[in-house]
Design a protein. Structure first.
Length: 124
């Protein structure tokens, strides 16, 4: 499986950058928290994003990666919400910057994954 030039379109690159942002944040948080249950979950999430990037770049079951990526990313958002239980006051006073960047990247990545899956599904 060789990657041919032009095989990745701009949406792939956007998705890769968004996944890298979230992966970096998760690794950062994992190293800050340490080898606790929460820290390990951060590290595993960061590794999951990197694995997804690798599989997409290598064109190894991309359609399946998109399909698995959607609940994976959605699970990250739900897990964050369940741990932090933000209130309206949290959003008014301003949540931590890393949370804002990470969740924004993840929600945008979710849209990219849905787009890529639908685009590929419609073409076959």
């Amino acid at each position: 499986m060789r990657l041919e030039p032009g095989e990745l379109n701009p949406m792939h690159y956007i998705g890769i950058v968004l996944a890298l942002v979230s992966s970096f944040i998760h690794f950062h948080l994992g190293f800050l928290v340490g080898l606790t249950g929460l820290g390990i979950s951060f590290l595993l999430a960061g590794a999951g994003f990197l694995l997804g990037i690798k599989l997409v770049v290598l064109d190894y079951g991309r359609r399946f990666v998109y399909l698995l990526g959607i609940p994976f990313v959605l699970g990250q958002v739900v897990y964050w919400y369940s741990i932090n239980q933000p209130t309206l006051q949290t959003f008014v006073s301003g949540p931590p910057l890393l949370d804002v960047v990470d969740k924004t990247a993840q929600l945008l990545l979710l849209l990219v994954l849905v787009y890529l899956y639908r685009k590929e599904f419609m073409e076959t």
